[in-house]
Write a protein that binds this ligand. Structure first.
Ligand SMILES: [Zn+2]
Length: 102
């Protein structure tokens, strides 16, 4: 960490310059594109066992995709046709995107 203000070299991860006290900007390692994809609901184009809705929901909610599929199947049997209709609607309205981190 080299201070832009006075040029003093500080230890890595330092929050403030040891000489002039200038505050360093905290560097976020997560790229903006990955961040936005993780926080947006979409269907996985490369993982579409059931149209990609479950895998998209899994990425969105940070749950395991197998768990989401299991829940979807259980809910389907519990609720009858209403979840099936909701699934079809989700399939239509949720945009398709490349899935990451599967
Ligand atoms: Zn400084």
């Amino acid at each position: 960490m080299i201070c832009e203000q006075c040029g003093t070299e500080n230890p890595p991860g330092a929050l403030f310059c040891q000489k002039c006290g200038r505050q360093f900007e905290v560097q976020q390692e997560v790229p903006a594109s990955v961040y936005s994809q993780q926080h947006k609901l979409f269907r996985c184009a490369n993982d579409k066992v059931l149209g990609g809705v479950c895998s998209g929901l899994a990425v969105y909610s940070n749950l395991d995709v197998s768990l989401v599929r299991l829940l979807a199947i259980l809910l389907f049997f519990a609720s009858g046709t209403s979840l099936f209709i909701a699934y079809i609607i989700a399939w239509i309205i949720i945009p398709e995107a490349e899935c990451i981190g599967e």
